[in-house]
Design a protein. Sequence first.
Length: 243
Amino acid sequence: MSGHSKWSTIKRKKEKIDSQRGKVFTRLAKEIIIAARQGGADLNANMRLKAAVQRAKEANIPNENIKRAIQKGSGELAGVNYEEITYEGYGPGGVAVMLEIMTDNRNRTAGEIRHLFSKYGGNLGETGCVSWMFDKKGLLVVDKTETALSEDDLMLTALDVGAEDVKDEEDSYEITTSPDDLDSVREALNAQGIPTAVAEVSLIPQNTVKLTGDDADRMLTLMDLLEEHDDVQNAYANFDIEE
């Protein structure tokens, strides 16, 4: 299991997500509100909003809820004023951790996140301390059970429609693109009968840190608690742990 293998992370969290559907809805609604506030309510002119709405629909959020979130973001309805923050820090064994936060109370969130890092052998760092270790990329995951294509055939197809690389991750393929090309590559793959289990802009670590023993246990616990935190939209790390 690793901090950079998206499909491993998704499968690990499936049962948790199903049992915490309300939290998933809240996080997606926050993303829609922020996207609409920054770029307006027109999905065709606001690619971030379009992507957020797509994820919300895939999570079966009712259309009325999506509409209300857009209206809150665009100012048509009163809503909470969320602030976007990025936290950087270190986990056990020197693992680099990046957190994308949306909060209506910066001081409360900082205290809670700092406490979690400290409790499990890590610490929050200064801005820029680990961000240089990650690249922002479009990430698509294709479940191997959903396609009959070989890695070579998928590689040729993906590169032909604008992808940068295809990586074999045992039971899935991870396709990377530039952030701007994510939607067009996803649509092109889907049009050719290649379904994507994940399609999102992500932070991909340049290198990984191998963890074992207590450090591995603490890192997994820390990541679980960070991902469960109401104000954490996304958590990224560069750890690598043997199954």
